[in-house]
Design a binder for this molecule. Structure first.
Ligand SMILES: [Zn+2]
Ligand SMILES: [Zn+2]
Length: 154
């Protein structure tokens, strides 16, 4: 399992592997020591039951999608179709543009889910079965505030 630990202090993403997790890691940006509490299920790739960073047990799933890639496909498609449009080949131009949007949707549909911690936004990727529900705004509001209060006290 790959874990993207989110630094509570500066929000930097620190990639670590689940089977190599130490008791603590140091943030490469701000130097803060982040204590990690790794559960057995997490270490053995079974499931994400407890967040190693904030020890929260609430997670949500979202598509593991990099918006930059999607945008690139559409921009390239738009440029190519723009050239055909210039030469008066409207039908081809629209076909290419529609194709680019379609490829975008296909890529999105095939993406795997990433599990995200509601409190500290650490991300988990791996072959384990996804059990977390979809994102819920109310839950996020409550848990993020709780985490902010907690890290502010430290
Ligand atoms: Zn940091
Ligand atoms: Zn967390």
């Amino acid at each position: 399992m790959h874990i993207l630990v989110r630094c509570p202090q500066c929000d930097a993403g620190l990639p670590v592997r689940g089977d190599e997790l130490a008791a603590a890691i140091k943030c490469g940006r701000c130097g803060r020591e982040i204590a990690l509490h790794v559960s057995d299920a997490l270490r053995s790739d079974r499931t994400v039951d407890r967040c190693p960073v904030c020890e929260g047990a609430e997670f949500y799933s979202r598509k593991d999608f990099d918006p930059k890639i999607g945008l690139t496909i559409v921009i390239v498609g738009a440029c190519v179709s723009g050239i055909f449009y210039w030469f008066g080949r409207d039908i081809i131009a629209y076909t290419i543009l529609a194709g680019a949007v379609l490829i975008d949707l296909l890529v999105y549909g095939r993406l795997k889910d990433v599990t995200v911690c509601y409190r500290c936004h650490s991300e988990f990727r791996g072959p384990y079965p996804r059990t977390s529900p979809a994102f819920d705004l109310h839950t996020a509001d409550v848990l993020e505030q709780e985490y902010a209060r907690r890290t502010g006290r430290r």
